[in-house]
Design a protein around this ligand. Sequence first.
Ligand code: MG
Length: 390
Amino acid sequence: MSAETIERVETFIVSIPRDVPYLGALRAGESANERGYFVRKGNRTVYPRTDTSVLVKVTTKSGAVGWGETYGIVAPRAVAEIIDDLLGPLLIGRDPRDPVVLHEDQYDLMRVRGFFGGYYVDALAGVDIAVWDLAARLAGMPLVRLLGGMRHERIPAYVSGLPKPTLAERVALAQEWVAKGFDAVKFAAAVADDGEIAEMAALRAGLGAAPKIMVDLHWRYTALEAIKLIDRLNLHDLYFAEAACQPEDIDGQAHVAAAVRCSVALGEEWRTAFEYRPRFIRRCMDIIQPEMGHTGVTEFMKIGRMAETFHCRIIPHASIGIGVFQAASLHAAAALQNVPYHEYQHSIFDKNLRYVTGDMRCERGFFHLPGGVGHGVAPTDDVWKHVVKH
Ligand code: MG
């Protein structure tokens, strides 16, 4: 057996405080409970008061280390336990230079029991990112090259979310980002207190004709409601409408995509190519938004290649994390064609950059991949004081 076999798999739950909650200050009637969770009335979704995440460390016999990260937004111990009890021990002795093989084997462990989504696949994603990082480090190359090659050396970033309490302040914030060299801004329906149409009109008036404006509709509408709304938003030149209908409504998604005259974007909540497949076939969207923290590298690449065969664009999603799955997402996106943008969660990314090593950054409208081997980042010493015992 080669010396490069996996000897140890460890998980770390991280909870980093933030001043302003994700998506902006809490609205009337919204407050955090004793677990630190609050529900946004605008999209009926639960969020943590801190930036919570689960890190995965995979170490080989010879001491080489790969880092992964996955969703720990709520109940992070569920993901950590799946890795600690099940996935990690079964990886001991395996060769990390076979990342796709390991991922397929781990996916198969629970598929007949119906675990092909949710926390189980989030756990797979965290492990998969760590194994790919390790494989690229052992090969002595950046992850992007192991994934097929450097298609993009930098990736345009769109500014996601305008976490300010009033519409006037949100317009001013969007103007600040455009002045800093960014040409695309997305607003969030869940916190558009004056309604999406007023938000869109004010942003277009404030930004002028050139910048792209997108909306995240947060799964709030029926298909027919969404079509009417998107048509009105598009009077102000909407670049894309995201997540119009509820995630289960494939018919509704297809209906919206066929009816409106601008792009529709979907996919942040799906984890595998199996979830994307029926939507590709039904032409439910022309932009997909794979989330590395849910998919891992193996599925992300499978989904991304599949998108190319359906002539869809890929604009990866970015979520709450310390930057490890963000780095993996940039490497995967850099290897794919048809990637006009990557989401830039500025209120998370910039604040948390101090928790990862390397030179990953987002400046003047572009993400720059972290240099070096693997995905190019690892936790800094600052992380350890935010690790929660489990
Ligand atoms: Mg979204």
